[in-house]
Design a protein around this ligand. Structure first.
Ligand code: TXE
Length: 471
């Protein structure tokens, strides 16, 4: 089966139009904006400017850099409503979610600002002298962001990098450049130096590749598909360029019979953001004795989901990002596939009904591949070992949930499952102050959390001899 890529996102061999970027409102298909696309020369100029800005930024006193980032957080705070409204229009997010996203960017700025003065090295005991380490900025960091959470994911790469003393050139996704552009304007309003944080909308195959290949870029932070991530990693390898990759997921929701079944089988664990979430719990693994009960619950819940324009207060699930993403999702869901289904609007907009596939084999494409839409598979398991085996039976390892009232079992299962972000009796995944990232093909490295700034530094070790010159 071949699965199409989203609109405007040319693949490695594709022939998508490489002109200006047309931003559509995914709920109406109306044009929100037309944005010029950066070419390789524009990337080169941006990196040159960023290199000069970084030298000056790193030379500022840590207190001054921290103060500027806090001022930037205040500026974002006074624009939360505006940023959220932009996210609703360009990405089709529900207003409540979009407000959370803008607030997440603001809070991460404050958290990162708190790290500037705490980015300390170590003193290590050695004979014959002193040994100290320094965490030095890398230089210019390239951030390549996706369209599913345009604002937070841009922030997760950019803000800790800035706090660690780097400059940032950010390339947002083709379909969603507007919030990132606004964040860069707000940085200037807050007094951050010119060219320190630049946003270059552009095509992945042109501006994205140019950023990855540029010798003046010390590190790439990439969030997107595993396929493109693999290419980014290969190209970075040519220059031994540092790389953090946040890639796909196919996360399990492991529901044992003793769990709070209604909370465990919350359909918004895979429907939030219309399922366009790398942490979506799209593999609902249910102990066989409660399979029917969970299926009945999900059927009722899916029927109650209100899919529609996010600006309608009654809406509980919005559109997908593009027509091509709808086609991609549809390619996993044949009309005659056994499934529980909710409704979706007709007419303009990129709609797909909330769906739970009930007849999939664990090795089918729908059960193993990232669909990135409002589609989950429901699979039975027999016992703990069977649950762990099924949970790990994908190439991914990003997140997952374990639902049980048996504490020992919860601990055993979370220790066994090979994934970077697990939750017990909860579907939460991401906090800016805890580490986030994937095992296996879900990625390389971690973002956020206490080590967020360190990921944008090199460690320098210096030995100072205390033995004087020979007499
Ligand atoms: O991703 P791409 P797409 C998954 C999800 C989705 C699929 C395809 O399954 O259905 O990926 O989405 C830039 N060099 N995720 O095609 O291509 C591109 O411009 C450098 C999971 O949108 O990976 C965009 O800015 N950059 C995911 C970013 O990479 C390149 C989020 C992501 O695009 C490039 C999004 C290249 N050669 C999609 N080609 C997650 N982990 O949350 C493209 N880009």
């Amino acid at each position: 089966m071949s699965h199409p890529q989203p609109a405007g996102t040319p693949d490695a061999t594709g022939s998508a139009d490489l002109g200006d970027l047309t931003v559509l409102n995914p709920a109406t298909e109306e044009v929100v904006a037309v944005v010029p696309a950066a070419d390789a020369a524009a990337v080169d100029r941006a990196v040159t400017r960023a290199t000069a800005a970084q030298t000056r930024w790193a030379a500022l006193a840590p207190t001054d850099r921290a103060r500027l980032l806090r001022r930037y957080a205040d500026t974002v705070d006074t624009h939360v409503e505006e940023l959220a409204a932009l996210e609703v229009r360009e990405a089709g997010h529900l207003p409540g979610n979009a407000r959370w996203e803008a607030g997440n960017a603001r809070d991460l700025l404050l958290y990162a600002a708190g790290g500037v003065e705490r980015l300390t090295g170590r003193q290590i005991p050695v004979p014959g002298g002193w040994d100290v380490t320094f965490q030095e900025p890398l230089g210019v960091v390239g951030v390549i962001a996706p369209w599913n959470f345009p604002m937070p994911i841009a922030a997760w790469g950019a803000f800790p990098a800035l706090a660690a003393g780097n400059a940032v050139v950010l390339k947002p996704a083709e379909t969603t450049p507007l919030t990132a552009l606004r964040l860069a304007e707000l940085a200037l309003d807050a007094g951050l130096p010119e060219h320190l944080f630049q946003v270059l909308p552009g095509h992945g195959r042109v501006a994205g590749r140019a950023l990855v290949d540029h010798p003046g870029v010390a590190k790439i932070v990439f969030t997107g598909s595993t396929r493109t991530g693999r290419e980014v990693m290969e190209r970075c390898a040519r220059q031994i360029k540092r790389v953090t990759l946040e890639l796909g997921g196919k996360s399990p929701n492991i529901v044992f019979a003793d769990a709070d079944l209604k909370a465990a089988a919350d359909p918004f664990s895979f429907l939030d953001n219309s399922g366009q979430d790398c942490c979506a719990r799209t593999r609902v693994l249910v102990q066989e004795s409660v399979y029917d009960e969970v299926a009945d619950h999900l059927a009722r819940e899916l029927a109650a989901v209100v899919v529609g324009d996010p600006t309608d207060p009654a809406t509980t699930m919005g559109p997908l990002i593009s027509r091509q993403q709808v086609e991609r999702v549809r390619s996993f869901v044949p009309d005659d596939a056994p499934a529980l289904r909710g409704g979706a609007p007709d007419g303009p907009g990129f709609w797909f009904p909330p769906t739970v596939l009930t007849g999939e084999r664990p090795d089918s494409a729908a059960a193993r591949e990232e669909i990135f839409g409002p589609v989950a598979v429901l699979l039975p398991f027999t016992d703990e070992q069977d649950a762990i085996r099924l949970a790990d039976d994908t190439p991914y390892g990003l997140s997952g949930s374990v639902w049980t009232r048996d504490l020992g079992r919860a601990l055993r299962v979370t220790q066994a499952v090979r994934a970077g972000n697990l939750s017990v009796n909860s579907h939460s995944s991401v906090r800016y102050w805890t580490p986030f990232g994937g095992y296996r093909q879900s990625g390389v490295g971690r973002e956020l959390g206490p080590d967020a700034l360190t990921a944008f530094t090199e460690t320098k070790n210096v030995f100072i001899s205390t033995e004087g010159p020979a007499q």
